[in-house]
Design a protein around this ligand. Structure first.
Ligand code: GTP
Ligand code: ZN
Length: 204
């Protein structure tokens, strides 16, 4: 989905003072942001995270998933490095929206896994689209990334838009008894790289 740039402001966080750049999808009115830190002009590949919105994990401390832990770890890593970008994409619930995610969680409370729950509601397992990242990165003049993710689809999608992913950086945090089954399902059904030993990624 195409986005247009709106404005930039400072965003102080416990991890560092970021710049927050706002973008809008003219077709849908959806609002996305990119947080950046450090020198954007250098051609050195930039540490990056594309993070899909998860209100429950990112803001409400849910332990059903790993999102909140990953968000914090990504910001912390960017701050440690002194340079990087986090694109926060408003595609809640892998694209089905918050209320449908609650419906899906209800089905999971009754025994379905995360993929089966989506399917029972009539959705594909993952409806996300990452094309807005291309416009955001182009606007900011960023060409190559060291991407923090365990999700092969993200790497494939961003590469297909011509974004140069020079390295895939694993982001293994937040496993707990409440999300163990969810993480195992992501690994077995969605192909996430979640092994403890990370020499599992020969093509990147
Ligand atoms: N439909 C649905 N969405 C979920 C569920 N649990 C988390 N999500 C959403 O999934 C998205 C995060 O996707 P993940 O596959 O966990 O992680 P990812 O961001 O694709 O991959 P990583 O980069 O490795 O973190 C967020 O939008 C969450 O709201 C669930 O059980 N059902
Ligand atoms: Zn989540």
């Amino acid at each position: 989905m195409a986005v247009r740039y709106i404005q930039t402001c400072r965003l102080p966080t416990p991890f560092g003072v970021f710049d927050m750049h706002g973008f809008e999808e003219p077709d849908t009115g959806k609002e996305h942001v990119a947080l950046t830190l450090g020198d954007l002009d250098s051609d050195e590949p930039m540490l990056a995270r594309t993070h899909s919105e998860c209100l429950t994990g990112d803001a409400l401390y849910s332990m059903r998933c790993d999102c909140g832990y990953q968000l914090e770890e990504a910001l912390r890593s960017i701050a440690r490095e002194g340079r990087g970008i986090l694109m926060y994409l408003r595609q809640e619930g892998r694209g089905i929206g918050l209320l449908n995610k609650i419906r899906a969680y209800h089905l999971q409370d009754q025994g379905a896994d995360t993929v089966e729950a989506n399917e029972r509601l009539g959705f594909a397992a993952d409806l996300r689209d990452y094309s807005m990242c291309k416009d955001m990165l182009e606007h900011l003049g960023i060409r190559s990334l060291r991407l923090m993710t365990n999700n092969p689809r993200k790497v494939k999608a961003l590469s297909s838009y011509g974004i140069d992913i020079t390295e895939r950086v694993p982001l293994h945090v937040g496993r707990n008894p409440h999300n163990e089954h969810y993480l195992d399902t992501k690994q077995s059904k969605l192909g996430h790289w979640l092994e403890t030993h990370q020499d599992d990624d020969p093509e990147i």
